[in-house]
Design a protein around this ligand. Structure first.
Ligand code: SAH
Length: 207
């Protein structure tokens, strides 16, 4: 049986309306390097895949949508909460000067760190930490991307956005989550909902 390849996946994402500048980046990041051996044959399907510890590498379409929603020209610093496999972080490394990514599960963190290092992505900084409080020492961020669902976006994260910076996060209870884009303006915050989504929940603490 012939399996889909990276080109097929990009073509499918193009048909689904993902922007060309985002596709050009996704094309350079082989998803096969971020999935487990057991699901390698599905690496280029437009579905989330298990990566262990009850977690998943997100569906490529959603990675594209979130990258689109976050990306603005000349982003210096971006924070990702939920490193998972490291796939989204590898894509963000081409959208921003420096990428900081936090993962609460030690084994996932260690695997992603080794992967990203072997790809020589020297502007991605990988930490084992509970990301729900962000990184106040590194803030402000031009973008914050959350890849685990929050019941609501904590103010401590919003306060780490630069003016004009954007936070993209799945928000809501299981079964009723939407992708929110929150922009910091000189006067406050503006929120837009772009799509219904399904994400694993954001959890507190580390393990
Ligand atoms: N961005 C990932 C997909 C991640 S799935 C990728 O491209 O593969 C969501 C991840 O968020 C899981 O690995 C989960 O362990 C992690 N997570 C959940 N709550 C977290 C928290 N509070 N801080 C950091 N990571 C968290």
């Amino acid at each position: 049986m012939m399996h889909a390849n990276q080109q097929d996946l990009i073509a499918l994402l193009r048909d689904a309306g993902i922007r060309e500048d985002v596709l050009a980046i996704m094309e350079t990041v082989p998803r096969e390097l971020f999935v487990d051996a057991a699901t390698l044959h599905q690496a280029f399907e437009n579905i989330p895949l298990p990566i262990g510890w009850d977690q998943t590498i997100s569906q490529p379409y959603i990675v594209g949508k979130m990258t689109e929603a976050l990306w603005q020209s000349s982003m210096r610093r971006v924070l990702e909460i939920g490193t998972g496999s490291g796939y989204q972080a590898a894509i963000l490394s081409q959208c921003a000067g420096e990428v900081y990514t936090l993962e609460r599960v030690q084994s996932l963190h260690a695997k992603a760190k080794a992967r990203l290092q072997s790809m020589a992505l020297s502007n991605v900084h990988v930490f084992h930490a509970d990301g729900s409080k962000g990184m106040p020492d590194v803030a402000p961020f031009d973008g914050i991307l959350v890849t685990a669902a929050m019941l609501e976006v904590p103010h401590v994260l919003l306060s780490q956005l630069a003016i004009d910076g954007r936070l993209v996060a799945p928000v809501g209870k299981p079964g009723a989550q939407t992708l929110q884009v929150i922009t910091r303006t000189p006067l406050g915050f503006e929120m837009e909902e772009i799509e219904d989504v399904r994400f694993v929940p954001c959890r507190e603490g580390v393990e």
